[in-house]
Design a protein around this ligand. Structure first.
Ligand code: DX5
Ligand code: ZN
Length: 216
């Protein structure tokens, strides 16, 4: 699969409605929403009052990436957005199995996100329960950072684990994704690319989305 999920973090929030209408009108597959709490990551982004407005305007499936401690406290709020995917960090969940199943019980797809230092093999026992694994290619907290090359090894290793375990999980990569590394990432086994800066901070965001999908 070659899906693209633009990350709203890099949008112009002064023109949020126009940015979302651009996404509706684009070939974007999902909209990626980065929630930060200033505790799990050293930055704060936006919260549910903003996301409710986003959800009311955006017609694309919502992919909510929670960079927060205790994400299980917000399952109902994410469901209230009619989100398709709820992504929680492996590093933020002591009882990850319980959290994943609580997300699925609310009718959402469950994603687990790994920081750059967290090895993919730690997912071995939870992989059959997951709909998505998000590999961070930067340390989470900010857009516009440089892609960490070791991510390619992680993608290959995770793809092998998914094949062996017959898991249906999609592989998503987030951070430093551009039209220059997109093709190599898809070829390595990625299904969904998240891109903030390389979509919203360009003169032609819709063209940038097409370039990420390989349709130039
Ligand atoms: C970073 C966020 C990313 C961010 C990516 O913590 O999880 O989704 O928006 O931004 P770029 O594409 O600019 O690296
Ligand atoms: Zn993200």
């Amino acid at each position: 699969m070659r899906l693209v999920a633009p990350s709203l973090l890099a949008a112009n929030f002064g023109n949020l409605k126009q940015e979302l209408e651009m996404i509706n009108d684009s070939q974007a597959d999902w909209l990626h929403l980065d929630v930060m709490d200033g505790v799990f990551v050293p930055n704060i982004s936006f919260g549910f009052p903003v996301l409710q407005q986003v959800a009311a305007i955006c017609h694309k499936p919502l992919d909510v990436h929670l960079m927060i401690v205790e994400p299980q406290k917000f399952i109902k709020e994410v469901k209230g957005l009619h989100a398709t995917y709820m992504n929680v960090h492996y590093e933020a969940c002591t009882h990850l199995h319980r959290v994943v199943h609580a997300i699925k019980e609310e009718g959402m797809k469950a994603g687990v996100t790994l920081n750059p230092h967290t090895p993919v093999h730690l997912l071995e026992d939870i992989l059959p329960d997951l709909d998505l694994v998000l590999l961070m290619a930067v340390n989470p907290g900010y857009g516009g950072q440089v892609f960490i090359e070791n991510t390619y090894h992680k993608v290959h290793a995770l793809r092998e684990m998914i094949t062996k375990s017959h898991s249906k999980a999609l592989i998503q990569v987030d951070g430093g994704v551009t039209a220059d590394n997109a093709d190599r990432l898809y070829k390595a086994g990625v299904d969904v690319l998240v891109a903030g800066t390389s979509v919203f901070r360009t003169p032609d965001p819709k063209g940038a989305i097409m370039a990420l999908k390989g349709d130039k």
